[in-house]
Design a protein around this ligand. Structure first.
Ligand SMILES: Cc1ncc(COP(=O)(O)O)c(C=O)c1O
Length: 416
């Protein structure tokens, strides 16, 4: 079918057949055509007011540091508008990069060289830049099974062949990875979220971290280490980052969405100079640079000592919510066959409800004004029916038990 170029004004207000009003559908690129999904439909429902919303990896807006931002923005506009309101270099503003290099040295024990660190417009941007820089159509990317939907779709959009590697309570199953590589699989990239993973909340143990970097180094596989939730651990000292163990084999990508605020759209990538340089080049024909105002704000926020307090407060809040959530799960599901992860950081609790179809359950839960994300979307190739992801990060403490109790009632109905 060819698109009709004349536009019927009635179609624009939705009064004619919907298919006839979508003449461009069959002209969409193969990489985006038909990608919509159950997941986005369910996520969209989550923003309906009056819903207890356990979907989406959103930080709680009540801890956004509005007063400090107000003061710092005033100061920047007064003293530094020529930089803060201007275009920035694609690799990031020099003083902000310097600050991030110092931060990495302080928190992870190694300092990237200038050519080994860039500023990105958040985590998804970093994933896209890696895909653009590393992948030709048909190249294989390994991901944890299950993994963060945004990354899986991000790689698939660049026509990669995405293959899942199992994960358990101790993180990526490194022996399964070794078997896959021994069987002749030749991936270019392995994407992994070692700390408080999305969607499971599980953390990769140190022994496996060391084995993982060795194996990938040996097989020439670039590890993309996503540390989106690393700073939000509930215990005092995290395991060493993969990048700190093998800066020659790992690109670490981070985001300030969960620790500062997502509206700033800022993150970083640190890794081998030749990969980071290519990512900087790729950024020139995407959004060209991360916003200068956000970069300077972040810099002042860290230099002013606010960032450490902000992260400490966020950890306290999410630790408390995780505890409320697991207590509520015990109270409402304790006498069933359900199992769930005990989060040690981050935003998520991963629940298994044997015998329940969690996509169906999402519709029932919606009727009870509760939202969550069914597990299927996190699995490459789908196939899962009995998992779901609960995010406790932005649900008020008092609403968590009520939401879980409604979910349990819906699950009882769903399992007949
Ligand atoms: C593991 C992981 N990486 C990256 C992101 C996206 O980060 P950003 O908002 O900076 O694009 C998310 C957000 O949910 C995430 O869970």
């Amino acid at each position: 079918m060819h698109p009709t170029l004349s536009v019927d004004p009635a179609a624009a207000v939705g009064s004619v057949d919907a298919a006839a009003a979508r003449p461009w559908d069959d002209r969409l690129a193969r990489r985006t055509r038909g990608r919509d999904g159950t997941l986005s439909a369910i996520l969209a429902l989550a923003n309906v007011s009056g819903v207890i919303n356990f979907s989406g990896g959103f930080p709680d807006h009540s801890i956004f540091p509005t007063e400090a931002l107000h003061r710092l923005t005033d100061k920047l506009l007064h003293d530094d508008a020529a930089v803060a309101l201007q275009y920035a270099p694609s690799e990031g503003i020099a003083s902000t990069r310097e600050l991030l290099r110092d931060q990495l040295a302080r928190t992870q024990g190694i300092r990237p060289a200038e050519s080994e660190l860039m500023i990105t417009s958040g985590g998804i941007d970093a994933i896209t830049l890696i895909a653009k820089s590393m992948l030709d159509p048909g190249d294989t990317v390994l991901v944890e099974q299950p993994s963060y939907v945004g990354a899986v779709t991000g790689f698939a959009t660049f026509d990669a062949r995405v293959v899942g590697v199992p994960i358990d309570e101790q993180g990526l199953d490194v022996e399964a990875l070794a078997r896959l590589l021994a069987s002749g699989e030749r991936p270019k990239v392995l994407y992994v979220i070692p700390d408080h993973q999305n969607p499971t909340g599980w953390t990769l143990i140190e022994e496996r971290r060391r084995a993982l970097v060795e194996i990938c180094r040996r097989h020439g596989v670039l590890i993309v280490e996503d540390v989106a939730y690393r700073e939000l651990g509930f215990a005092e000292s995290p395991a060493p980052s993969l990048w700190s163990l093998a800066p020659d084999t790992v690109v670490q990508i981070g985001t300030f969405s969960k620790t500062f605020f997502p509206g700033v759209r800022l993150g970083w990538a640190a890794g081998p100079a030749e990969v980071v340089e290519q990512m900087v080049f790729a950024k020139q024909n995407s959004d060209q640079c991360a916003g200068a105002l956000g970069q300077r704000l972040l810099e002042e926020f860290v230099r002013g000592g606010y960032y450490d307090d902000q992260v400490a407060g966020a950890r306290r809040l999410y630790r408390r919510r995780a505890a409320v959530m697991t207590e509520a799960l015990t109270a409402s599901f304790g006498d069933s066959r359900a199992t769930w992860s005990e989060p040690d950081g981050g935003f998520f609790c991963w629940v298994r409800l044997p015998g329940v179809d969690t996509v169906e359950l999402a519709a029932r839960a919606r009727d009870a004004h509760v939202a969550f994300v069914p597990g299927a979307g996190f699995f490459v190739g789908g196939g899962d029916t009995e998992h779901l992801r609960l995010s406790y990060s932005r649900v008020a403490d008092a609403d968590i038990p009520e939401g879980i109790s409604r979910l349990a009632a819906a699950a009882r109905l769903a399992s007949g």
